[in-house]
Design a protein around this ligand. Structure first.
Ligand code: 5GP
Ligand code: ZN
Length: 136
């Protein structure tokens, strides 16, 4: 993808502070971090969305998140971390090359990551449960 900024980082056409490089994925510091040490993990192949990633790669992706999150925690002395994947424009994805955020968190930080909690009507929860189960 010629105009994709993350493909350019993979190719080395633009610089990035890489913390990991394997055959399928790289990880580097987010240029505008939620907290210092915020890392992005991306596939080297251009997949726009998570569900386009082939199954074996998805497994490696999951394992890598834990490995890198542990390293981020140790390096930053964070008390926790958020894994965040904005999948699709409606979900806030701005760079259209799939990427997982690892955001180190501190009890004292100013980063408020919460949504407004909705309520199910009577019987609605069961409907959603059944609909989702059907597609699994
Ligand atoms: P999204 O909103 O798509 O989930 O997040 C995209 C992230 O990519 C943002 O947090 C943004 O700071 C980061 N980002 C955008 N352009 C660059 C870049 O050129 N280099 C690096 N290291 N991070 C970038
Ligand atoms: Zn790309």
């Amino acid at each position: 993808m010629p105009d994709c900024i993350f493909c350019k980082i993979v190719k080395g056409d633009i610089p990035a502070a890489k913390v990991y490089e394997g055959s399928k994925f790289i990880a580097f510091l987010d240029i505008s971090p939620a907290n210092k040490g915020h890392v992005l993990i991306i596939p080297k192949e251009h997949y726009e969305r998570l569900e386009e990633m082939p199954n074996p790669d998805g497994k490696e992706f999951g394992e890598l998140q834990v490995k890198i999150a542990k390293a981020v925690m140790k390096a930053t002395n964070a008390e926790g971390f958020n894994l965040l994947l904005n999948n699709g424009k409606a979900a806030g994805q701005e760079v259209m090359h799939a990427h997982m955020h690892i955001q180190p968190r501190f009890g004292t930080d100013d980063f408020h990551y919460k949504w407004t909690h909705k309520k199910y009507e009577e019987g609605e929860m069961k409907q959603f449960q059944e609909k989702i189960r059907k597609f699994i």
